[in-house]
Design a binder for this molecule. Structure first.
Ligand SMILES: [Cu+2]
Length: 73
């Protein structure tokens, strides 16, 4: 299992948290999505066939891009 914790600056309310949990949670292989409305930190645990590229692409698509998008590998 892989895990990543990152900041999503666009989070501003419980609805944002819900959207991220639903959309990222729908990716096959994603095991857990935690998101905190106050810290704007998101933690995702995943196995195959999910990978960071898919998770990141989904977050960009729903307009919640991870902070430091370019440097996160
Ligand atoms: Cu919101």
């Amino acid at each position: 299992m892989e895990t990543k914790t990152f900041k999503v600056p666009a989070i501003h309310c419980a609805h944002c948290v819900h959207t991220i949990k639903m959309e990222v949670g729908d990716i096959p292989g994603v095991e857990r999505v935690e998101a905190d409305q106050d810290t704007r930190m998101v933690t995702v645990d995943w196995n195959n066939p999910a990978d960071w590229d898919k998770i990141r692409a989904t977050l960009v698509e729903i307009n919640y891009p991870p902070e430091g998008l370019i440097t996160i590998s």
